[in-house]
Design a protein around this ligand. Sequence first.
Ligand SMILES: Cc1cc2nc3c(=O)[nH]c(=O)nc-3n(C[C@H](O)[C@H](O)[C@H](O)COP(=O)(O)OP(=O)(O)OC[C@H]3O[C@@H](n4cnc5c(N)ncnc54)[C@H](O)[C@@H]3O)c2cc1C
Length: 517
Amino acid sequence: MTKDVLVIGTGISGLAYAIHVADNNPETSLVLISKSDLNEGNTRYAQGGIAVVSNFKKDSFDKHVSDTLNAGAGTCDPEVVKFVIEEGHERLTELMNWGAQFDKKETKLDLAKEAGHSENRIVHYKDQTGQHIQEALIEKIKTYPNIELLEQHTLVDLITDHHSIKKENRCYGAYVISQKEEKIIKITAKITVLSTGGAGSLFAHSTNPKIATGDGLGAAYRARVLMSDLPYVQFHPTALYPRVNGNTFLITEAVRGAGAQLFNSKGERFMLKNDPRAELAPRDIVARGIQREIEQQKEDFVWLNGSEIDMKQWETHFPTILETCKSLDIALPQDAIPVVPAAHYFCGGIKVNQKSESQLKGLYAIGECSATGLHGANRLASNSLLESLVFAQRAAQDTLDALKQKLPPMSFYRDIPEWKGDAYSNSTEIEAIKKYRRELQEIMTLYVGIFKTNEGLLIAENRIDKIYKAVTTIYNNNKLTNGLCELRNMVSIAHLITKQSQEITQNQGVFYNHDYA
Ligand SMILES: Cc1cc2nc3c(=O)[nH]c(=O)nc-3n(C[C@H](O)[C@H](O)[C@H](O)COP(=O)(O)OP(=O)(O)OC[C@H]3O[C@@H](n4cnc5c(N)ncnc54)[C@H](O)[C@@H]3O)c2cc1C
């Protein structure tokens, strides 16, 4: 298959990008692939909303810029922060024109407040903002005749100079598993976009769905694309401790914003001793406060007490949380919710410029898999959907310009060789894959998680290295499976996070090494 544009990932960033390209040039041929169903990815789990300055009477771009820079602890790129926040309003209007609706108070947007924000500016749809956006974008994308959608198609590797006779430091598409056909196909393209989301599944507890295994990062790493800020993994302070259908469920911080408080098993409101802002301190401080308490009390979780929030507010603002807790026999508002911190958001990723292009020509990275400079060492709550929207539009604009320039002819793309390795199998179960995945999660959580030490990082480095060698052997001797592809990416990213963590000698944002405290 040869297209003008290949988009890998159908979350908010990939979908918004494709809509921009198709709207501005209906002649462009695009194919979008997703590893699972079209709607599965981090986007659909977003609860809080999008941070956008909308109430210009009270709020201002300057205030949002200042909040973002404060959260980033002096590590954000100020130029990027400024344009993302200034362009946000236009992108939100576009999103609403594309079919997404947000909660309103009378005729105006109902703006919520989250930790680290000095004003109410979070645009939301109940506690289902992401799912609602995802559905609206999917409905819209299906109306374009020039966009092909392929579900259950897994990126294996990017096609680069290594696979071609040209030496231009360029990306020419990707080798992709067609899961249903059980084969590996070649999709060549003039422009390739990675919008593959994060890698929360590297850790034992994560708010991300299981498919968030850093596949785009792994493929970019093998293509020698520069990656930065990987150790800045944001942990959400409050995820529901018991799993729901095998997944970790998020309790949005809007619940703490509405008055819920954290207690340990002795009934102490421990956040008061950590920060004067207590439960409403920035996420990294609350996550560390909870983790410290869990370690000191030798408990598995702490309690979130939302009994001060009345039933009507639970029903109108947090219906999904209410329903999920009910399914676990947790009767809100009177029962407290057992919570743990969980890996939530990758601030780092593929290093991109202000148009979201990576260092490999023709390869863009947008959304959570990219490192744009917006978040630095710590993301301000609800700034990631905003970042996805702004960079999707910028990347689309740049793509449209790039497609007008002289690119290799179609015949060149057709001559790129087919996948050379072994075929794909749906049915093969390689037992060792599950074992290594669990071991990797354990190592990352214990040594490369919320708290690190230099000794722990060294232990992690050695153990990850052994898993890397074992996975390489499995990869060389077996047919490919989805699980094997994921593990191959996870172990590479675990290695990179550990190595980059060893280079950081200062605690900043979400990064905390006891040896530098
Ligand atoms: C529980 C939760 C709550 C959140 N709440 C908020 C919030 O309130 N506000 C906010 O701003 N942010 C929030 N975030 C973060 C935000 O949702 C994500 O950063 C954002 O949605 C990422 O969008 P994306 O397009 O980059 O990737 P995703 O939405 O994660 O999509 C990734 C896509 O890549 C595809 N993919 C992955 N690997 C492969 C592969 N190998 N081959 C083919 N396709 C592949 C997937 O199938 C999927 O289509 C939250 C995240 C979570 C998990």
